[in-house]
Ligand binder design. Sequence first.
Ligand code: KIV
Ligand code: ZN
Length: 388
Amino acid sequence: MLHDPNRVYVFDTTLRDGEQVPGCQLTTPEKIEIARELEALGVDIIEAGFPISSPGDFQSVVEISKAVKEPVVCALTRANKGDIDAAAESLKYAKRPRIHTGIGSSDMHIKHKFNSTREEILERAVDAVKYAKKYVEDIEFYAEDAGRADVVYLAQMVEAVIAAGATVVNIPDTNGYCLPDQYGSKIRFLKENVRNIDQAIISVHCHNDLGLATANSIAGLQNGARQIEGTINGIGERAGNTSIEEVVMVLKTHQVLGLHTHINTRNFYELSHMVSTQMRMPVQPNKAIVGNNAFAHSSGIHQDGFLKNRENYEIIRPEDVGFPSASIVLTARSGRHALKFHLERLGYNLDKEDLNSAYSRFLTLADIKLDINDEDLLSLVAFKMVKD
Ligand code: KIV
Ligand code: ZN
């Protein structure tokens, strides 16, 4: 059913799973603004909300459905008719609607969340898919807590929901529990043992409780999944969701994997800032791809190597993710090469002797002042001129 077997579909859930973070709630106009930027980024699916959860969420799905043209607009439900009715209603203006329904698949959830049995849960899963299928063609089924589910039961569930009409099967590591090889093997098992698996796309949806969300998502893709779910900046409950910018850049950097997306990676940095500002959730400076230090070189050895050839210390070009530029930060750990670079930038081309003496003044200053700016550099050079 896929035209290009190496194409990875990107499913963004910043506005649903991401927005579940306390204090990060967005207004409908803010969500529309982000949805438009997600469309410009080139995501394939926008999960716009969980319509039954509140009138505001319902309205956001309605408005996002009207606002975007290209991406599929998706609404989340639990496996019950009321949720599915609300989702279908909220998606009525969507050009390409998808209902995302599902239920717990681990014994933990089956017993301690639903107080039920495997058989009963399987029936509810199938019924939900069949019911949703009356409204829309595109149905994604999520097997919640699949990361901890028994893989044989999971395979049975996946086979049954595909037979009932699911077009995408989402295998969430809801609690961020799996190791990459465990998660990858689970996807491989489904690929090899579910008889009708080629009638659906397998989706990976990983949480970051152990800091493994990106690694697990990649393992899932390497083992046959072709949709990845995540959020901008990895925002989400607890330790967050998979960070979309990380997975996309892993695929772009490691072309040997043979997988690609249709994402305009140059939009990442700006969108990251928009999401961070609107959600009042700062991005940690050392965050991969979009953090403020992601392309800042500060130690002497690295700066020297970078200035000789940027590829010595740069595996991604900052411009490829819309980052303003790489930076050589001046600290007490910087070497002469970095100082020379900055002085030349300011128009000063010092000979070796003058550079050495400016460097020793620089070190004295850098030990007491954390942020060396252009004014400081000019004062270092002015000091030399006065002495002469
Ligand atoms: O983490 C999860 O299991 C989810 C589902 C509702 C898709 O977010
Ligand atoms: Zn989730």
